[in-house]
Design a protein around this ligand. Structure first.
Ligand SMILES: Cc1ncc(COP(=O)(O)O)c(C=O)c1O
Length: 417
């Protein structure tokens, strides 16, 4: 037996002692409840957390794999999809499914596109997809899993997708084009109208990765933020992914994938009767699906409604504005581009952003990093509006520490786990 390996306790123990240990374990985690995480967590306040958690608990044992056994989950999922289709200007015949997260939604979109091409364009032997370099690595994962080539194309100077570069990368074996609304690294929406035109001209499938934006952009737009068309309003858009566990504020494990038509969606479904327990047909990659994630997403949508999401989108934008202004006022720092949504980045020619990141991390502030340009990346939640002053004051002190520290700057490889 491996010496350091944890073994199953021979006897169980009390929930009190277990929960005490779990609370102690949490003490080393980033303090997201107090706004210290600007990645991974989307804190919309204690009331929303409570609704998401209680709804999850009510359906924690139910299984989304069994709609006949659990019509409750089926009706909640159907309503989540209908609300999403409505927000995203989808035509009447459009449809969708809930999945476990953005990565599963993207994997499924690529798989569905590949399977449609296998049926309609069987002459293609080495299929590829064309994505801007800023697209999420879930597309690389999808291509790796499903045997496609991924072609990453350079961005325009404004760090948005370059439709001309994408057009040049297309050949007879291309299946799909991708645009993000917005992309993770820069928080910018790709020129979706131009990508839609390109998709219509070439007859290619256009997937919109709105994992970050699907449940944020419609409300930001209602609040007066300049949000260009990015969804099914554009005739070239074939499918769209949108995460409920990001700016939908649901418990983790909730995303959506939408299709323009049921014909297109039919290539998503996997069915088999190759075993002695009857036919099994599943629309998503998972078999068993947590009822809690479906219930949590439905309950938070019902709890917040349009006015709640608008209020939270406003708070996020106010946090971004306060942080942008405060950061620009700190000597040596600058913000990059003009993101007007929930993601922003900053750095400085004279202040090593990675060293600054290390200092902020020591003070408990956790966020992302970008490599091009070298910058600190913030993915903001409503709760950040409140902590912006404390963040800025620590940042100003850390800048002083970094600029006065002797020796070479710290370097850090950007990793997300
Ligand atoms: C633009 C974008 N797409 C896809 C994903 C993947 O989502 P998930 O982590 O839920 O799989 C993310 C995650 O941050 C993202 O920002």
């Amino acid at each position: 037996m491996a010496q350091d390996r944890k073994t199953l306790p021979t006897q169980g123990r009390s929930w009190e002692s277990i929960s005490a240990q779990m609370s102690a374990l949490k003490e080393k985690d980033v303090d997201w409840r107090n706004g210290r995480a600007a990645v991974y967590v989307f804190n919309a306040g204690e009331d929303v957390l409570r609704v998401a958690r209680d709804a999850y608990a009510l359906f924690q044992t139910e299984n989304g794999l069994g709609p006949l056994a659990f019509p409750s989950l089926k009706s909640m999922e159907d309503e989540v999809i209908q609300m999403g289709l409505d927000l995203l200007h989808a035509p009447d015949e459009a449809c969708g499914h809930m999945t476990s997260g953005g990565t599963e939604s993207i994997l499924l979109a690529v798989k569905t596109c590949r399977d449609q091409a296998r049926a309609l364009r069987p002459e293609i032997e080495r299929p590829n997809i064309v994505v801007p370099v800023s697209a999420h690595p879930a597309f690389d994962k999808a291509c790796h899993y499903f045997g496609l080539e991924i072609r990453r194309t350079p961005l325009r100077e404004d760090r948005r997708a370059n439709p001309e570069a994408m057009a040049e990368a297309i050949d007879a074996d291309t299946l799909m084009l991708v645009g993000s609304a917005p992309c993770f690294p820069y928080g910018l929406i790709d020129p979706m109208e131009e990508l839609s035109d390109l998709a219509l001209r070439t007859g290619l499938w256009l997937h919109v990765d709105a994992c970050v934006g699907a449940y944020f952009l419609p409300f930001a737009r209602m609040n007066g933020v300049d949000v260009p068309p990015f969804d099914f309003e554009l005739p070239g858009v074939s499918s769209l992914s949108g995460d409920l566990h990001k700016y939908g504020y649901a418990s983790k494990g909730a995303s959506t994938l939408y299709h323009r038509s049921p014909e297109q969606r039919s290539f998503q479904i996997f069915a088999s009767d190759a075993w002695p327990a009857g036919a099994m047909s599943t629309p998503t990659i998972a078999g068993t699906r947590p009822g809690g994630a479906i219930a949590s997403a439905w309950a938070v949508l019902e709890y917040l409604g349009e006015s709640g999401y608008r209020r939270l989108a406003r708070q996020v934008c106010e946090a971004r504005e306060a942080l942008t202004e405060g950061i620009q006022a700190i000597d040596g720092l600058e913000t990059y581009g003009e993101p007007n949504l929930s993601i922003m980045l900053f750095g400085g020619a004279e202040v090593d952003p990675y060293a600054l990141y290390g200092r902020m991390l020591r003070r408990g502030w956790f966020s992302g990093l970008v490599t091009e340009p070298r910058a600190i990346h913030l993915m903001l939640a409503p709760s950040h509006a409140e902590v912006a002053p404390a963040y800025l004051s620590d940042l100003a002190e850390c800048v002083r520490e970094v600029t006065s520290a002797a020796g070479p700057g710290e370097t850090r490889r950007v990793r997300y786990n």
